[in-house]
Design a protein around this ligand. Sequence first.
Ligand code: L34
Length: 298
Amino acid sequence: MEEKLLKGKPVTEAVYERVAQNLAHLKKLGVQPKLTVILVGEDPASQVYVRRKGKACEKLGILSDTIILPAAISEQELLDKIELLNNDPLNHGILVQLPLPKHIDEDKVILAVSPQKDVDCFHPQNVGLLVSGKPYMLPCTPAGIVEILKFYQIETQGKDVVVVGRSNIVGKPMVNLLLQKRKSANATVTVVHSRTQDISTHIQRADIVIAAIGQPNFIKKEDLKKGSVVIDVGINRVDADNEKGYKLAGDVDFEDVFETVSRITPVPGGVGPMTIAMLMQNTITAAAAQNKIKLPLD
Ligand code: L34
């Protein structure tokens, strides 16, 4: 049972080890990396994620600032705040937690963040570099998934990988990462989405399924090939009879598919913590680049 689980924790520890060594190198050269996270409004899930980002920085010795802005803030005020951070040489990373309130244009906000400080890899310049195979930084969640596959020695080269979902934050960058010409990628990638005619027939052919659609328990055992590897990116809150009033469910029906799959990431404790680990790595990469320093480990 245990060996089927692709847990995030041991993978984050390996990443944090690397980050700590790179960080020590930067500090020796007088650079103190700093990340600023902006949270607009009071979305409860976002509050959890942002708090975890601050905690990870604290644990590693990366400076961090969390700016909490009211949901009613104007788009211009937010853009002004970002501009101040773009011009602050002591701040190396800027992350605006998504989603934003409806009256704020996410695309404008993403464009406003200096590409050098874009630790999410959301800016079109950084997306372009990734697509062309010369990334400045890697998008956190997809990069975390590749780390999980590497750590557990799951071959992607030549394999059929089906990505379920085409979001800018997971699906699309995931495709681009898996298409890179490198050993830890080189996959044959299919993307299925809400307008795909028969999602199931595609998923049934997959050696590896990466589910990122945000619908609880969407994928069932009938959808999967026996022995396939499942990476579940979904973190859905579903009603539950406990103190919190909810529990977390993935996009894959874990109980239903468990016998069918060879490996599967749990929710929570799978991909989620990797997103944060890769953000730490990106903050170090950004701080190094802004100070023209080459890091010892990549
Ligand atoms: N700008 N917006 C921006 N960057 C990001 O990288 C994110 N994301 C996604 C949402 N919006 C963003 C995150 O930070 C999702 N995400 C994220 C980060 C951490 C976790 C989940 C999603 C996480 O720590 N998950 C835990 C459970 C947390 C809980 O108890 O609710 C886990 O074990 O999966």
